[in-house]
Design a protein around this ligand. Structure first.
Ligand SMILES: [Zn+2]
Length: 470
């Protein structure tokens, strides 16, 4: 009997240790069920999406989506679904309904971008402004932009946008949020800006974007690929807290914007400038400058300084008075103008010191209100000539204004009946819960056995003692 109990106790102890080991294995991520994701190639059918220089978005998103799916199929623990594999038109509601029908954990909507005046460049991710959909969207979105960084695509941020009813502006995000499914719109890059060239013109380049999207997903879910040996099981995904309130987009322009002339090199016409600005909400993204008091502006320059100050040098023509002015843009493309600095023509006439000639035009600093399109408002097609300003884009095909106008219509048509958010229990939650129950039971059994064994020993001892006394 004693032997039997001892053996059973040993066995249970081993089970107990194994259970603990299993529970803590792949970095705490045990998916009882595979993760289910939906890839949504934007546009399709008569909905062409952005069109520029012979590129059509609906075909491009398909190539990226296929590459993303193919790459993800190399990983364990994930099921990949696609809203479309053909050139068909789907409404935004249909796309979200599909995600719901497959019980998706995440919805990835793939797009390419264009701006109204062809001024913007870089990658951005749009997400829901609400609850868990925000938290998951933000967390994934940053990983996704990290991947785009590897192609040196400028980081335009992970952002929310609301419609006039205070709901998510983008239809797929709104409809997915209603189903409790986190959704991201990945705007990989801008087709109408030379800064983003080289990232989308070939099938190979598009496939690479798909692989990067897939890598972000693999990192997000801590996946492992036996085929490619890529192992993100211990990948540290920065945690984003679930917000208690709606995460509103930034609707205020940058503050404390000012321009200072540091020095002028008369021989070369180089002017060294210090630009400052601040935006606590969405950070500073771009700046541009004018040498004729704001009639024309340079193309958007990257705000590559980590802080609120940025030093840069421009070359100005020697034969004219220079009226320097800058605009500073935040993460939502809202801008604030600086005051104007005047530098008299460098050549001819008597030269005065820069301290004497630099004057600030009173009241010139003005904030301009505007929507997200304001970034481009006063940039005319004609760029200021000479100097280090970008030349105008050569356009063989005229862009169709706002590439997402077609989407806009869809965003407005909303579903009458709204299913309320459901509580989603993911595979990993279930498995973690089960492990806890098993662990609890094992501990209980072990405790009972230890007590029983101790009692049994005590009784035996007593019996032996009594036996000896007799
Ligand atoms: Zn699009």
């Amino acid at each position: 009997m004693r032997k039997y109990i001892w053996k059973t106790g040993k066995l249970i102890s081993i089970c107990f240790i194994l259970a603990i080991a299993c529970a803590f294995l792949p970095a705490g991520k045990v998916h009882a069920e595979p993760v289910k994701i939906v890839i949504d190639p934007g546009h399709g059918g008569t909905n062409l999406g952005a069109q520029y220089n012979g590129f059509t978005e609906k075909y491009m998103t398909m190539v990226v989506a296929n590459a993303m799916a193919e790459e993800l199929k190399k990983y364990e623990g994930i099921e990949v679904y696609m809203t479309r594999t053909e050139d068909v038109e789907l409404s935004l509601q249909q796309r979200a309904d599909y995600a719901k029908s497959v019980d998706a954990d995440f919805f990835f909507c793939l797009h390419f971008n264009m701006s109204e005046n062809h001024t913007l460049y870089g990658s951005e991710v749009w997400i829901s402004a609400f609850g868990n959909c925000y938290a998951e969207g933000k967390s994934f979105g940053e990983l996704c932009l990290d991947e785009m960084d590897t192609l040196e695509l400028y980081r335009r941020g992970v952002k929310t946008r609301l419609n006039k009813d205070g709901l998510d502006y983008y239809g797929v995000i709104q409809h997915c949020e209603e189903y409790g499914i986190p959704a991201c719109i990945i705007e990989h890059c801008h087709l109408d800006h030379r800064e983003d060239k080289g990232r989308y013109e070939t099938t190979e380049a598009l496939k690479q974007l798909g692989v990067l999207d897939a890598t972000a997903v693999a990192k997000y879910y801590g996946l492992y690929s036996p085929e490619s040996k890529k192992d993100y099981r211990g990948y540290d995904v920065p945690k984003v807290e679930v917000p208690v309130k709606v995460v509103k987009p930034d609707d205020t322009e940058p503050e404390n914007v000012s321009l200072t002339c540091l020095r002028v090199k008369e021989e070369t016409g180089e002017v060294n400038l210090l630009l400052t600005g601040r935006d606590e909400d969405s950070g500073l993204l771009y700046y541009d400058y004018s040498i004729n008091g704001g009639q024309n502006y340079s193309g958007l320059q990257k705000w590559e300084a980590p802080g609120n100050e940025l030093e840069f040098t421009i070359k100005v023509p020697a034969d004219q008075d220079i009226l320097l002015k800058c605009r500073v843009y935040n993460g939502y493309d809202l801008d604030t103008e600086t005051e104007t600095i005047t530098i008299p023509a460098l050549s001819g006439g008597s030269r005065k010191s820069i301290e004497d000639t630099v004057s600030e035009e009173a009241g010139a600093a003005g904030q301009r209100a505007g929507g997200t399109a304001s970034a481009a408002e006063s940039v005319s097609g004609q760029e200021t000539g000479g100097m280090d300003m970008p030349a105008p884009e050569e356009e063989t095909v005229e862009a169709s204004g706002n590439a997402h106008q077609i989407d806009m219509k869809w965003y407005e048509e909303k579903d009458a009946e709204k299913e309320k958010d459901e509580v989603f229990i993911t595979g990993s939650d279930v498995s973690r819960f089960l492990w806890l129950v098993i662990l609890g039971l094992l501990v209980a059994v072990l405790v009972v056995l230890v007590i029983a064994r101790a009692k049994f020993k005590k009784q035996q001892k007593k019996a032996r003692y009594r036996g000896r006394r007799r």
